[in-house]
Design a protein around this ligand. Structure first.
Ligand SMILES: CC(C)(COP(=O)(O)OP(=O)(O)OC[C@H]1O[C@@H](n2cnc3c(N)ncnc32)[C@H](O)[C@@H]1OP(=O)(O)O)[C@@H](O)C(=O)NCCC(=O)NCCS
Length: 155
């Protein structure tokens, strides 16, 4: 996609990120909350957040990618010190290379922060999510309760 702006999220982006999640929910691709409070608590203001990077067309947020540091007793059971990634693109902007551009930015942070590997936990039924992470180089390493966990080894 031309003229894509990639930058870190800030507190002023909470509503725009919430709008992205709401569009995904409206498309039937999300069941977790989308409200600004959830965005602040789980992404922009989360204490373990390593990066929350946005892709914009002019001022409109098309999608974002979050990576947290896995801490002891993290809810995903991911090895401590790894990154935990999540990617959310507006359905109206999907399959235009936005997710690919975001991963370049996230990977740069992972290298800078010395993160050895990144976990992506995806619903087993989410074929586009599975295809996306496979295309980014993630490899299946475990599965549980209807979810597939893929790992990317940071070079
Ligand atoms: C999955 C998702 C993150 C992909 O983001 P995207 O911006 O559409 O992905 P890109 O356009 O950068 O695609 C990169 C590559 O991923 C693969 N891919 C992405 N979407 C795909 C789809 N629907 N079907 C098959 N392959 C797909 C392709 O290999 C693609 O490369 P190509 O277009 O050159 O063939 C996005 O569709 C999304 O946010 N979905 C809803 C939320 C979600 O499921 N998130 C993932 C789990 S956290």
């Amino acid at each position: 996609m031309d003229n894509l702006i990639i930058r870190q999220a800030g507190l002023d982006d909470v509503q725009g990120i919430s709008d992205v999640l709401s569009e995904i929910t409206a498309a039937g691709k999300r069941t977790r909350p989308s409200d600004p409070g959830f965005v602040l608590t789980n992404y922009v203001g989360h204490p373990d957040q390593l990066t929350c990077v946005l892709a914009l067309s002019e001022t409109r947020i098309l999608g974002f990618q979050s990576m947290k540091r896995a801490v002891a007793a993290n809810p995903y059971g991911v090895q401590v010190g790894w990154g935990i990634i999540g990617t959310h693109i507006r359905p109206s902007a999907a399959r235009c290379g936005v997710g690919r551009a975001l991963f370049q930015a996230t990977l740069k942070v992972a290298k800078e922060q010395g993160i050895p590997a990144i976990d992506a936990t995806i619903a087993a039924s989410n074929t586009e999510g599975l295809a996306y992470y496979a295309a980014m180089g993630f490899i299946d390493y475990r599965s549980h309760e209807g979810a597939v966990c893929k790992a990317y080894t940071v070079g």
